[in-house]
Write a protein that binds this ligand. Sequence first.
Ligand SMILES: [Zn+2]
Length: 117
Amino acid sequence: MADETSTPQSTEQHATAPAHAATSRPAHAGSGAPRSPRPGGSGGRKFFRRKKVCKFCTEKIDAISYRDVRLLQGFVAERGKIVPRRLTGVCTRHQRRLSLAIKQSRNIALLAFAARF
Ligand SMILES: [Zn+2]
């Protein structure tokens, strides 16, 4: 019997989506505009922008001393992270020296290492 076993198409019965769950928004009609933009939105960033000139270049500081903790701390965030160049405006050259100085300073425990938490 060459009977083709005509398998009925496997009707995968997925979860029959309940027709209830259609997006039926209860239209609260009559109370103002639906999309109210935030008052005072797009006000710009609060971050004050420093002058994007390298501090060391302007002050002609070439060698950044690792002992100048006061200076270094200006470029180290609270947790001991080195503030990225684009925030401080330090040029690449000086940022390198700066980070070197900061690392040296850490080694002799003048500056804190990055916090561990
Ligand atoms: Zn510079």
